[in-house]
Design a protein around this ligand. Structure first.
Ligand SMILES: [Mg+2]
Length: 199
């Protein structure tokens, strides 16, 4: 079971792309600026409301955000020889327009709470430490896991599997984790996954 991070690996950072698409720079704040995810999400929900951006408008904007170049071909090739799921801390309501462009690969993420007026009022995270918890659950089902991601919150699932890769990560994360192969292209990642599977 290959578990892939979404943002930075197959899609751009949604909130940064959303900030550019809407021209509202305050949406660029990410976990790199605000490490408290709950505080960050409250800020985003308040900001969406102050701009009158309900879910339909957000989804329409996100539908103009494209997957990273080559991501669809990469996923199609990968799914021809491995089971694949995308494990993300984002929300289905945001990610589905991008998933549609990728032929709807399996995505394990979270749900928003949306009021009758279309405004986002809250959100529900599926499980604590979702990436590591997901990989552990697959292992309990008898799967060997391989994971790839670009950020701090991917290190748990990367280290817990029988193989793991950093993908287009930062120099700081590479330096702190020299034992994890750090790859830059989809071809390298396909080769790495194949080698880990003994193919
Ligand atoms: Mg990422």
């Amino acid at each position: 079971m290959t578990c892939l991070d979404m943002e930075g690996v197959i899609a751009p950072e949604i909130w940064i792309a959303f900030a550019e698409e809407t021209g509202i720079p305050e949406f660029k704040l990410t976990t790199r600026d605000e490490p408290d995810y709950n505080k960050l999400m409250r800020y985003r929900i308040d900001l969406l409301r102050s701009h009158g951006l309900g879910l339909p408008k957000i989804q329409e904007t996100i539908s103009r955000i494209n997957p990273l170049p080559g991501a669809k071909e990469f996923l199609d090739e990968l799914r021809s020889f491995a089971q694949v799921c995308i494990v993300s801390d984002t929300f289905y309501e945001f990610a589905m327009p991008i998933m549609a462009q990728l032929g709807y690969p399996t995505l394990l993420c979270n749900k928003l709470v949306v009021g009758p007026d279309g405004m986002i009022t809250d959100y529900r995270m599926r499980v604590e430490q979702s990436k590591l918890s997901t990989v552990k659950a697959f292992q309990q089902m008898g799967f060997k896991t391989i994971a790839a991601g670009d950020s701090f919150n991917d290190l748990g699932m990367i280290k817990a599997g029988s193989a793991g890769f950093l993908f287009r990560t930062t120099d700081a994360i590479k330096a702190a984790n020299p034992e994890i192969p750090a790859l830059e292209t989809y071809d390298e990642l396909l080769s790495g996954i194949k080698a880990a599977m003994g193919l």
